[in-house]
Design a protein around this ligand. Structure first.
Ligand code: GDP
Ligand code: MG
Length: 440
Protein backbone atom coordinates (compact mmCIF):
# COMPACT_ATOMS: atom_id res chain seq x y z
CA UNK A 1 0.00 0.00 0.00
CA UNK A 2 0.98 3.62 -0.33
CA UNK A 3 1.52 4.03 3.38
CA UNK A 4 3.98 1.12 3.36
CA UNK A 5 5.72 2.49 0.33
CA UNK A 6 5.92 5.97 1.68
CA UNK A 7 7.14 4.57 5.00
CA UNK A 8 10.61 4.17 3.51
CA UNK A 9 10.57 7.58 1.89
CA UNK A 10 9.27 9.15 5.09
CA UNK A 11 12.05 7.71 7.16
CA UNK A 12 14.50 9.36 4.84
CA UNK A 13 12.60 12.62 5.10
CA UNK A 14 12.30 12.55 8.86
CA UNK A 15 13.62 15.42 10.86
CA UNK A 16 13.98 18.10 8.23
CA UNK A 17 12.39 21.52 8.19
CA UNK A 18 10.69 21.99 4.85
CA UNK A 19 9.74 19.62 2.07
CA UNK A 20 12.30 20.10 -0.70
CA UNK A 21 11.51 19.53 -4.33
CA UNK A 22 13.71 16.42 -4.37
CA UNK A 23 11.93 14.99 -1.29
CA UNK A 24 8.54 15.61 -2.78
CA UNK A 25 9.50 14.17 -6.14
CA UNK A 26 10.75 11.00 -4.49
CA UNK A 27 7.51 10.66 -2.55
CA UNK A 28 5.42 11.47 -5.59
CA UNK A 29 6.96 8.65 -7.58
CA UNK A 30 5.44 6.32 -5.00
CA UNK A 31 2.16 8.19 -5.07
CA UNK A 32 2.01 7.76 -8.83
CA UNK A 33 2.58 4.02 -8.58
CA UNK A 34 -0.12 3.77 -5.91
CA UNK A 35 -2.57 5.66 -8.09
CA UNK A 36 -1.90 3.43 -11.07
CA UNK A 37 -2.28 0.35 -8.89
CA UNK A 38 -5.63 1.72 -7.79
CA UNK A 39 -6.59 1.92 -11.49
CA UNK A 40 -6.40 5.66 -11.90
CA UNK A 41 -5.92 6.32 -15.61
CA UNK A 42 -2.35 7.26 -16.53
CA UNK A 43 -2.94 10.82 -17.79
CA UNK A 44 -5.11 11.55 -14.76
CA UNK A 45 -2.48 10.20 -12.36
CA UNK A 46 0.17 12.26 -14.09
CA UNK A 47 -1.68 15.55 -13.88
CA UNK A 48 -2.70 14.86 -10.30
CA UNK A 49 0.89 14.24 -9.27
CA UNK A 50 2.07 17.41 -11.00
CA UNK A 51 -0.54 19.46 -9.22
CA UNK A 52 0.23 18.01 -5.81
CA UNK A 53 3.99 18.33 -6.28
CA UNK A 54 3.53 22.03 -6.82
CA UNK A 55 1.47 22.35 -3.67
CA UNK A 56 3.79 20.31 -1.50
CA UNK A 57 7.21 21.72 -2.32
CA UNK A 58 8.36 24.21 0.27
CA UNK A 59 5.66 23.45 2.80
CA UNK A 60 7.00 23.45 6.31
CA UNK A 61 6.71 20.20 8.15
CA UNK A 62 4.60 20.89 11.18
CA UNK A 63 6.14 20.04 14.52
CA UNK A 64 3.38 17.69 15.53
CA UNK A 65 3.50 15.46 12.48
CA UNK A 66 6.14 13.55 10.55
CA UNK A 67 7.00 14.59 7.00
CA UNK A 68 5.37 11.38 5.87
CA UNK A 69 2.09 12.24 7.51
CA UNK A 70 2.28 15.65 6.02
CA UNK A 71 2.77 14.32 2.51
CA UNK A 72 -0.06 11.84 2.97
CA UNK A 73 -2.25 14.68 4.21
CA UNK A 74 -1.41 16.85 1.22
CA UNK A 75 -2.01 13.98 -1.20
CA UNK A 76 -5.19 12.96 0.58
CA UNK A 77 -6.59 16.50 0.64
CA UNK A 78 -5.88 16.99 -3.05
CA UNK A 79 -7.48 13.65 -3.80
CA UNK A 80 -10.61 14.47 -1.80
CA UNK A 81 -10.82 17.85 -3.48
CA UNK A 82 -10.52 16.33 -6.91
CA UNK A 83 -13.06 13.62 -6.10
CA UNK A 84 -15.48 16.34 -5.07
CA UNK A 85 -15.45 17.71 -1.57
CA UNK A 86 -19.20 17.59 -1.12
CA UNK A 87 -21.56 14.72 -1.23
CA UNK A 88 -23.88 15.24 -4.12
CA UNK A 89 -27.48 14.05 -4.38
CA UNK A 90 -29.84 13.98 -7.32
CA UNK A 91 -31.33 17.30 -8.30
CA UNK A 92 -34.96 16.68 -9.01
CA UNK A 93 -36.56 19.94 -7.96
CA UNK A 94 -38.60 20.59 -11.11
CA UNK A 95 -42.22 20.40 -12.09
CA UNK A 96 -42.87 16.67 -12.05
CA UNK A 97 -42.14 14.32 -13.56
CA UNK A 98 -38.37 14.73 -13.13
CA UNK A 99 -36.61 12.45 -15.57
CA UNK A 100 -33.50 10.47 -14.63
CA UNK A 101 -31.78 8.74 -17.52
CA UNK A 102 -29.23 6.03 -16.89
CA UNK A 103 -26.55 5.31 -19.51
CA UNK A 104 -23.40 3.20 -19.76
CA UNK A 105 -21.75 0.12 -21.17
CA UNK A 106 -23.48 -3.25 -21.17
CA UNK A 107 -23.15 -5.05 -17.87
CA UNK A 108 -21.99 -1.96 -16.00
CA UNK A 109 -25.03 -2.20 -13.74
CA UNK A 110 -27.50 0.25 -15.31
CA UNK A 111 -30.66 -1.77 -14.74
CA UNK A 112 -29.72 -2.68 -11.19
CA UNK A 113 -28.76 0.92 -10.46
CA UNK A 114 -32.05 2.18 -11.91
CA UNK A 115 -33.95 -0.01 -9.47
CA UNK A 116 -31.66 0.91 -6.57
CA UNK A 117 -32.16 4.63 -7.15
CA UNK A 118 -35.92 4.16 -7.53
CA UNK A 119 -36.04 2.27 -4.24
CA UNK A 120 -34.05 4.99 -2.53
CA UNK A 121 -36.31 7.76 -3.84
CA UNK A 122 -39.40 5.89 -2.71
CA UNK A 123 -38.20 4.97 0.75
CA UNK A 124 -36.21 8.08 1.64
CA UNK A 125 -38.07 10.82 -0.15
CA UNK A 126 -41.52 9.28 -0.50
CA UNK A 127 -41.44 9.95 -4.24
CA UNK A 128 -43.83 8.29 -6.62
CA UNK A 129 -41.54 6.65 -9.15
CA UNK A 130 -42.11 5.05 -12.55
CA UNK A 131 -39.37 3.03 -14.26
CA UNK A 132 -39.13 2.24 -17.96
CA UNK A 133 -36.61 0.12 -19.81
CA UNK A 134 -35.62 1.34 -23.25
CA UNK A 135 -33.40 -1.66 -23.84
CA UNK A 136 -34.80 -3.42 -26.87
CA UNK A 137 -31.46 -4.97 -27.77
CA UNK A 138 -30.89 -7.42 -24.98
CA UNK A 139 -33.48 -10.21 -24.77
CA UNK A 140 -35.63 -9.89 -21.67
CA UNK A 141 -34.04 -6.60 -20.62
CA UNK A 142 -37.48 -5.02 -20.17
CA UNK A 143 -38.70 -8.01 -18.20
CA UNK A 144 -35.61 -7.79 -15.98
CA UNK A 145 -36.57 -4.27 -14.95
CA UNK A 146 -40.21 -5.30 -14.47
CA UNK A 147 -39.10 -8.10 -12.14
CA UNK A 148 -36.96 -5.71 -10.12
CA UNK A 149 -39.92 -3.32 -9.99
CA UNK A 150 -42.10 -6.02 -8.50
CA UNK A 151 -39.43 -6.80 -5.91
CA UNK A 152 -39.14 -3.22 -4.72
CA UNK A 153 -42.80 -2.36 -5.32
CA UNK A 154 -42.06 0.35 -7.86
CA UNK A 155 -44.19 0.68 -10.98
CA UNK A 156 -42.73 -0.12 -14.39
CA UNK A 157 -44.10 0.98 -17.72
CA UNK A 158 -46.15 -1.84 -19.31
CA UNK A 159 -44.13 -3.55 -22.04
CA UNK A 160 -45.32 -3.14 -25.62
CA UNK A 161 -43.61 -5.59 -27.95
CA UNK A 162 -41.80 -4.17 -30.96
CA UNK A 163 -41.68 -0.57 -29.80
CA UNK A 164 -38.50 1.43 -30.38
CA UNK A 165 -36.64 3.26 -27.57
CA UNK A 166 -37.66 6.77 -28.56
CA UNK A 167 -41.32 5.71 -28.69
CA UNK A 168 -41.05 3.94 -25.37
CA UNK A 169 -39.54 7.09 -23.87
CA UNK A 170 -42.39 9.19 -25.26
CA UNK A 171 -44.99 6.77 -23.91
CA UNK A 172 -43.24 6.67 -20.52
CA UNK A 173 -43.20 10.43 -20.29
CA UNK A 174 -46.87 10.64 -21.10
CA UNK A 175 -47.77 7.95 -18.57
CA UNK A 176 -45.69 9.68 -15.90
CA UNK A 177 -47.44 12.98 -16.56
CA UNK A 178 -50.94 11.57 -16.71
CA UNK A 179 -50.55 9.36 -13.66
CA UNK A 180 -48.87 11.96 -11.50
CA UNK A 181 -45.46 10.42 -11.02
CA UNK A 182 -42.77 12.53 -9.37
CA UNK A 183 -39.87 10.79 -11.05
CA UNK A 184 -39.45 8.82 -14.26
CA UNK A 185 -36.39 6.59 -14.44
CA UNK A 186 -35.23 5.65 -17.93
CA UNK A 187 -32.98 2.60 -18.14
CA UNK A 188 -31.23 2.52 -21.51
CA UNK A 189 -29.71 -0.17 -23.69
CA UNK A 190 -26.21 -1.30 -22.97
CA UNK A 191 -23.29 -1.20 -25.30
CA UNK A 192 -20.38 -3.59 -25.23
CA UNK A 193 -18.25 -0.80 -26.53
CA UNK A 194 -19.09 2.59 -27.87
CA UNK A 195 -21.27 2.16 -30.95
CA UNK A 196 -22.55 5.10 -32.96
CA UNK A 197 -26.03 3.72 -33.73
CA UNK A 198 -26.72 3.23 -30.04
CA UNK A 199 -25.17 6.59 -29.21
CA UNK A 200 -27.54 8.26 -31.68
CA UNK A 201 -30.44 6.46 -30.11
CA UNK A 202 -29.34 7.64 -26.67
CA UNK A 203 -29.09 11.22 -27.93
CA UNK A 204 -32.55 11.05 -29.48
CA UNK A 205 -34.01 9.80 -26.20
CA UNK A 206 -32.24 12.55 -24.26
CA UNK A 207 -33.66 15.13 -26.66
CA UNK A 208 -37.28 14.12 -26.24
CA UNK A 209 -37.15 13.27 -22.53
CA UNK A 210 -35.02 16.29 -21.47
CA UNK A 211 -33.75 14.55 -18.33
CA UNK A 212 -32.82 16.48 -15.19
CA UNK A 213 -30.19 13.88 -14.55
CA UNK A 214 -28.20 11.80 -17.02
CA UNK A 215 -26.17 9.39 -14.97
CA UNK A 216 -23.24 7.48 -16.43
CA UNK A 217 -22.95 4.08 -14.76
CA UNK A 218 -19.39 2.76 -14.66
CA UNK A 219 -18.03 -0.45 -13.22
CA UNK A 220 -15.33 0.43 -10.71
CA UNK A 221 -13.27 -2.46 -12.05
CA UNK A 222 -13.06 -0.90 -15.52
CA UNK A 223 -9.47 0.17 -15.01
CA UNK A 224 -7.53 2.16 -17.56
CA UNK A 225 -10.38 2.10 -20.06
CA UNK A 226 -12.59 4.14 -17.75
CA UNK A 227 -11.35 7.42 -19.21
CA UNK A 228 -12.28 6.43 -22.75
CA UNK A 229 -15.73 5.34 -21.67
CA UNK A 230 -16.29 8.58 -19.79
CA UNK A 231 -14.97 10.68 -22.66
CA UNK A 232 -17.18 8.97 -25.24
CA UNK A 233 -20.40 9.29 -23.28
CA UNK A 234 -19.57 12.76 -22.13
CA UNK A 235 -19.07 13.86 -25.76
CA UNK A 236 -22.51 12.60 -26.76
CA UNK A 237 -24.88 13.60 -23.98
CA UNK A 238 -24.82 16.22 -21.23
CA UNK A 239 -24.00 13.99 -18.27
CA UNK A 240 -24.93 15.31 -14.84
CA UNK A 241 -23.26 12.68 -12.73
CA UNK A 242 -21.60 9.31 -12.41
CA UNK A 243 -22.52 6.16 -10.51
CA UNK A 244 -19.64 3.84 -9.72
CA UNK A 245 -20.76 0.23 -9.34
CA UNK A 246 -19.06 -2.83 -7.84
CA UNK A 247 -17.36 -0.79 -5.17
CA UNK A 248 -17.98 -3.84 -2.99
CA UNK A 249 -15.36 -5.74 -4.98
CA UNK A 250 -11.59 -5.50 -5.00
CA UNK A 251 -11.57 -2.22 -6.87
CA UNK A 252 -9.55 0.42 -5.10
CA UNK A 253 -11.70 3.09 -6.64
CA UNK A 254 -9.20 4.76 -8.93
CA UNK A 255 -11.86 4.86 -11.63
CA UNK A 256 -13.62 7.49 -9.51
CA UNK A 257 -10.74 9.89 -9.97
CA UNK A 258 -10.58 9.23 -13.71
CA UNK A 259 -14.33 9.79 -14.04
CA UNK A 260 -14.16 13.05 -12.18
CA UNK A 261 -11.20 14.30 -14.17
CA UNK A 262 -12.72 13.49 -17.55
CA UNK A 263 -16.39 14.37 -17.07
CA UNK A 264 -16.00 17.11 -14.48
CA UNK A 265 -19.24 15.76 -13.01
CA UNK A 266 -19.82 14.59 -9.45
CA UNK A 267 -19.97 10.95 -8.54
CA UNK A 268 -23.43 10.72 -7.07
CA UNK A 269 -23.61 7.15 -5.84
CA UNK A 270 -21.56 4.05 -5.27
CA UNK A 271 -23.01 0.59 -5.89
CA UNK A 272 -21.83 -1.78 -3.20
CA UNK A 273 -23.53 -5.08 -3.99
CA UNK A 274 -26.12 -6.90 -6.02
CA UNK A 275 -28.94 -6.34 -3.54
CA UNK A 276 -31.28 -3.48 -4.27
CA UNK A 277 -30.42 -1.57 -1.13
CA UNK A 278 -26.69 -1.75 -1.86
CA UNK A 279 -26.38 1.85 -2.99
CA UNK A 280 -24.52 4.49 -1.02
CA UNK A 281 -23.86 8.18 -1.30
CA UNK A 282 -20.35 8.65 -2.65
CA UNK A 283 -17.91 9.65 0.07
CA UNK A 284 -14.83 11.26 -1.45
CA UNK A 285 -12.83 11.01 1.76
CA UNK A 286 -13.42 7.30 2.11
CA UNK A 287 -12.55 6.60 -1.48
CA UNK A 288 -9.42 8.73 -1.14
CA UNK A 289 -8.39 6.52 1.79
CA UNK A 290 -9.08 3.46 -0.28
CA UNK A 291 -7.07 4.71 -3.24
CA UNK A 292 -4.17 5.52 -0.94
CA UNK A 293 -4.49 2.04 0.55
CA UNK A 294 -5.00 3.10 4.12
CA UNK A 295 -8.04 0.91 4.68
CA UNK A 296 -11.49 2.27 5.12
CA UNK A 297 -10.87 3.34 8.67
CA UNK A 298 -13.25 6.25 8.55
CA UNK A 299 -16.29 4.20 7.65
CA UNK A 300 -15.31 1.61 10.22
CA UNK A 301 -15.20 4.31 12.86
CA UNK A 302 -18.50 5.75 11.66
CA UNK A 303 -20.24 2.43 11.82
CA UNK A 304 -18.75 1.62 15.18
CA UNK A 305 -19.95 4.96 16.47
CA UNK A 306 -23.46 4.12 15.40
CA UNK A 307 -23.62 0.93 17.33
CA UNK A 308 -21.68 1.51 20.52
CA UNK A 309 -22.48 3.77 23.39
CA UNK A 310 -20.86 7.17 23.12
CA UNK A 311 -18.70 6.68 26.19
CA UNK A 312 -17.54 3.30 24.95
CA UNK A 313 -16.53 4.97 21.73
CA UNK A 314 -14.59 7.63 23.56
CA UNK A 315 -12.78 5.13 25.69
CA UNK A 316 -11.98 2.99 22.68
CA UNK A 317 -10.76 5.95 20.66
CA UNK A 318 -8.48 7.03 23.47
CA UNK A 319 -7.01 3.56 23.73
CA UNK A 320 -6.61 3.15 20.01
CA UNK A 321 -4.90 6.53 19.86
CA UNK A 322 -2.32 5.12 22.27
CA UNK A 323 -2.05 1.93 20.25
CA UNK A 324 -3.46 -0.13 23.13
CA UNK A 325 -5.55 -3.17 22.48
CA UNK A 326 -6.09 -5.80 25.16
CA UNK A 327 -8.54 -8.67 25.59
CA UNK A 328 -11.21 -6.36 26.98
CA UNK A 329 -10.97 -4.30 23.82
CA UNK A 330 -11.12 -7.42 21.72
CA UNK A 331 -14.19 -8.56 23.62
CA UNK A 332 -15.85 -5.22 22.99
CA UNK A 333 -14.99 -5.49 19.32
CA UNK A 334 -16.38 -9.01 19.09
CA UNK A 335 -19.67 -7.92 20.62
CA UNK A 336 -19.75 -5.05 18.19
CA UNK A 337 -19.04 -7.29 15.24
CA UNK A 338 -22.05 -9.32 16.21
CA UNK A 339 -24.17 -6.20 16.42
CA UNK A 340 -22.92 -4.93 13.09
CA UNK A 341 -24.00 -8.01 11.22
CA UNK A 342 -21.12 -10.41 11.68
CA UNK A 343 -17.70 -10.64 10.23
CA UNK A 344 -18.58 -10.33 6.59
CA UNK A 345 -19.61 -6.74 7.05
CA UNK A 346 -16.23 -5.84 8.48
CA UNK A 347 -14.00 -7.63 6.04
CA UNK A 348 -11.28 -5.55 4.55
CA UNK A 349 -12.41 -2.33 6.14
CA UNK A 350 -9.36 -1.98 8.27
CA UNK A 351 -5.70 -2.60 7.78
CA UNK A 352 -4.83 -5.92 9.39
CA UNK A 353 -8.41 -7.07 9.70
CA UNK A 354 -8.34 -9.29 6.65
CA UNK A 355 -5.78 -11.61 8.22
CA UNK A 356 -7.59 -11.70 11.51
CA UNK A 357 -10.78 -12.45 9.72
CA UNK A 358 -9.16 -15.33 7.86
CA UNK A 359 -8.27 -16.91 11.18
CA UNK A 360 -11.85 -16.52 12.33
CA UNK A 361 -13.43 -17.76 9.16
CA UNK A 362 -11.50 -21.02 9.25
CA UNK A 363 -12.63 -21.42 12.83
CA UNK A 364 -16.29 -21.37 11.86
CA UNK A 365 -17.30 -17.75 11.43
CA UNK A 366 -19.84 -16.05 13.61
CA UNK A 367 -20.38 -19.00 15.95
CA UNK A 368 -16.74 -18.52 16.80
CA UNK A 369 -17.50 -15.01 18.00
CA UNK A 370 -19.61 -16.52 20.76
CA UNK A 371 -16.90 -19.03 21.66
CA UNK A 372 -14.34 -16.28 21.82
CA UNK A 373 -16.52 -14.33 24.16
CA UNK A 374 -16.65 -17.37 26.43
CA UNK A 375 -12.87 -17.77 26.30
CA UNK A 376 -12.25 -14.18 27.28
CA UNK A 377 -14.87 -14.64 29.99
CA UNK A 378 -12.75 -17.43 31.46
CA UNK A 379 -9.63 -15.31 31.67
CA UNK A 380 -8.60 -13.55 34.83
CA UNK A 381 -8.63 -9.77 34.96
CA UNK A 382 -4.84 -9.78 34.72
CA UNK A 383 -4.83 -12.08 31.72
CA UNK A 384 -7.29 -9.89 29.90
CA UNK A 385 -5.18 -6.82 30.44
CA UNK A 386 -1.93 -8.63 29.64
CA UNK A 387 -2.58 -11.51 27.26
CA UNK A 388 1.16 -12.27 27.06
CA UNK A 389 0.79 -13.83 30.55
CA UNK A 390 -1.21 -16.66 29.03
CA UNK A 391 1.19 -19.63 29.03
CA UNK A 392 0.50 -23.27 28.26
CA UNK A 393 -0.82 -24.01 31.73
CA UNK A 394 -3.16 -21.04 31.71
CA UNK A 395 -4.40 -21.99 28.24
CA UNK A 396 -5.51 -25.39 29.54
CA UNK A 397 -7.37 -23.73 32.41
CA UNK A 398 -9.10 -21.21 30.13
CA UNK A 399 -10.07 -23.90 27.63
CA UNK A 400 -11.61 -25.97 30.42
CA UNK A 401 -13.42 -23.00 31.88
CA UNK A 402 -14.94 -21.99 28.55
CA UNK A 403 -15.65 -25.43 27.17
CA UNK A 404 -13.24 -24.89 24.30
CA UNK A 405 -9.85 -26.25 23.23
CA UNK A 406 -6.29 -24.99 23.56
CA UNK A 407 -6.23 -24.81 19.79
CA UNK A 408 -9.11 -22.36 19.87
CA UNK A 409 -7.39 -20.33 22.57
CA UNK A 410 -4.34 -20.14 20.30
CA UNK A 411 -6.49 -18.85 17.46
CA UNK A 412 -7.96 -16.20 19.71
CA UNK A 413 -4.51 -15.10 20.86
CA UNK A 414 -3.32 -14.99 17.27
CA UNK A 415 -6.25 -12.85 16.29
CA UNK A 416 -5.66 -10.52 19.20
CA UNK A 417 -2.03 -10.27 18.18
CA UNK A 418 -2.92 -9.34 14.62
CA UNK A 419 -5.45 -6.73 15.62
CA UNK A 420 -3.06 -5.31 18.15
CA UNK A 421 -0.43 -4.98 15.42
CA UNK A 422 -2.96 -3.20 13.24
CA UNK A 423 -3.69 -0.75 16.06
CA UNK A 424 0.00 -0.05 16.51
CA UNK A 425 0.26 0.64 12.80
CA UNK A 426 -2.52 3.19 13.13
CA UNK A 427 -0.73 4.74 16.05
CA UNK A 428 2.44 5.01 14.00
CA UNK A 429 0.51 7.04 11.49
CA UNK A 430 -0.38 9.58 14.14
CA UNK A 431 -3.13 7.76 15.96
CA UNK A 432 -6.71 7.46 14.99
CA UNK A 433 -7.12 11.18 15.45
CA UNK A 434 -4.26 11.95 13.11
CA UNK A 435 -5.66 9.47 10.68
CA UNK A 436 -9.12 11.03 10.85
CA UNK A 437 -7.65 14.49 10.35
CA UNK A 438 -5.72 13.23 7.36
CA UNK A 439 -8.81 11.72 5.88
CA UNK A 440 -10.64 15.00 6.37
P1 GDP B 1 -26.67 -3.44 -17.26
O1 GDP B 1 -26.35 -4.36 -18.41
O2 GDP B 1 -25.79 -2.24 -17.28
O3 GDP B 1 -28.11 -3.12 -17.15
O4 GDP B 1 -26.25 -4.24 -15.94
P2 GDP B 1 -27.16 -4.98 -14.87
O5 GDP B 1 -27.87 -4.00 -14.02
O6 GDP B 1 -28.00 -6.01 -15.54
O7 GDP B 1 -26.06 -5.64 -13.96
C1 GDP B 1 -25.15 -6.65 -14.40
C2 GDP B 1 -24.72 -7.49 -13.22
O8 GDP B 1 -23.97 -6.71 -12.31
C3 GDP B 1 -25.88 -8.05 -12.42
O9 GDP B 1 -25.60 -9.37 -12.07
C4 GDP B 1 -25.93 -7.18 -11.18
O10 GDP B 1 -26.45 -7.86 -10.07
C5 GDP B 1 -24.48 -6.82 -10.99
N1 GDP B 1 -24.27 -5.57 -10.27
C6 GDP B 1 -24.78 -4.34 -10.54
N2 GDP B 1 -24.35 -3.42 -9.66
C7 GDP B 1 -23.52 -4.07 -8.79
C8 GDP B 1 -22.74 -3.66 -7.64
O11 GDP B 1 -22.70 -2.50 -7.22
N3 GDP B 1 -22.03 -4.63 -7.01
C9 GDP B 1 -22.06 -5.94 -7.45
N4 GDP B 1 -21.32 -6.82 -6.79
N5 GDP B 1 -22.75 -6.34 -8.51
C10 GDP B 1 -23.49 -5.43 -9.19
MG1 MG C 1 -29.72 -3.44 -18.46
Amino acid sequence: SLSDRLGGVFDRLRGRGALTEADVRTAMREVRVALLEADVALPVARSFVDKVTEQAVGQNVLRSVTPGQQVVKIVNDALVEMLGADESELELAVTPPAVVMVVGLQGSGKTTTTAKIAKRLVSRERKKVLMASLDVNRPNAQEQLATLGTQIEVATLPIVAGQQPVDIARRALQAAKLQGYDVLMLDTAGRLHVDQALMDEMKAVAEIATPQEILLVVDALTGQDAVNVAQNFSDQVPLTGVVLTRMDGDARGGAALSMRAVTGKPIKFAGVGEKLDALEAFHPSRVAGRILGMGDVVSLVERAAESIQAEDAERMTARLAKGQFDMNDLRGQLAQMRRMGGLGALAGMMPGMKKAQGALATAGGDKMLIHMDAMIGSMTVKERAKPELINAKRKIRIAKGSGTTVQEINKLLKMHQEMSTAMKKIKKMGGLKGMMAMLG
